[in-house]
Design a protein around this ligand. Structure first.
Ligand SMILES: NC(=O)c1ccc[n+]([C@@H]2O[C@H](COP(=O)([O-])OP(=O)(O)OC[C@H]3O[C@@H](n4cnc5c(N)ncnc54)[C@H](OP(=O)(O)O)[C@@H]3O)[C@@H](O)[C@H]2O)c1
Length: 227
């Protein structure tokens, strides 16, 4: 069975990705900051291994890479993310927190993908999927506010499009996908979609990906989203 490496697998969408892929028989390499405290993740059944990973910590990434060795990774799911300044206005925007958000949401996924590129190249599927957001669609930025999250997801999309070009010679498909507004700690209780539904849909899109999709930005239903 294929393998999937998931960042931020201890809660929210990441936990649900781990649950669904494990239930389907995939080998799940579940990563999160503190596996010992990830009780919901630890309780999942299936072929799941747990690793500590803070996506912004080079040493933590190095330890993971060493533990993986030459193991192939069919699908890298860049899921970990933060939204530190929800609904913040121009006046409320804090530069330091904005930088921290960009570090987690933009720089870390790209750096991790780069470090795992050899493992992905050794696999059959060769896919990198970044969990992005329609909030990062520049064409749709018609209202004000929420600068940090929106610029972060726009930059993540750009990074993934450039990465798609860099990794094309290795046959790796790279795609950012927006899961839709989903009920998690980040999405809030009023979000219209459940994690179970959003993850099932995104998994459906991932299953249908072909190499020609690389460098596109897709919705939870597989339709192209405007950059
Ligand atoms: N929910 C939505 O409506 C929605 C919509 C569009 C896109 N997304 C995207 O979907 C992804 C998952 O979001 P979610 O809704 O599941 O959010 P969530 O419930 O807040 O979970 C966020 C996850 O990211 C992890 N994380 C944060 N910083 C990390 C770091 N430095 N290293 C490793 N892991 C880190 C968290 O780990 P800790 O528990 O250790 O903090 C947690 O596992 C994010 O990229 C988000 O932007 C969500």
């Amino acid at each position: 069975m294929p393998s999937v490496l998931i960042t931020g697998a201890n809660r929210g969408l990441g936990l649900e990705f781990a649950r669904q892929y494990a239930a389907d028989g995939w080998r799940v390499i579940a990563t999160c900051r503190v596996p010992q405290r990830a009780h919901a993740l630890q309780a999942l059944k299936g072929d799941i291994e747990h690793h500590a990973l803070d996506v912004t910590d080079n040493m933590s990434i190095g330890t993971l890479i060493t533990a993986l060795g030459h193991a192939p990774v069919d699908l890298l799911l860049l899921n970990a993310g933060v939204h530190l300044q929800k609904d913040c206005t121009l006046d409320e925007l804090d530069g330091e927190r904005w930088l921290r958000e960009l570090e987690v949401n933009v720089i870390a996924p790209l750096m991790l993908a780069r470090r795992l590129a050899d493992n992905i190249t050794r696999s059959d599927l060769r896919r990198i999927v970044a969990i992005s957001s329609g909030s990062g669609s520049i064409s749709n930025m018609k209202s004000g506010g929420n600068y940090a999250y929106r610029t972060g997801k726009a930059a993540l999309n750009a990074a993934m499009k450039i990465l798609a070009a860099d990794l094309a010679p290795r046959g790796i498909t790279v795609v950012p996908i927006g899961p839709g507004h989903t009920r998690t700690d980040m999405g809030g209780v009023d979000a219209p979609h459940t994690a179970e539904d959003s993850v099932a849909r995104v998994r459906g899109v991932i299953a249908r990906l072909t190499f020609k999709d690389s460098g596109t930005f897709l919705s939870r239903d597989g339709a192209p989203l405007p950059w």
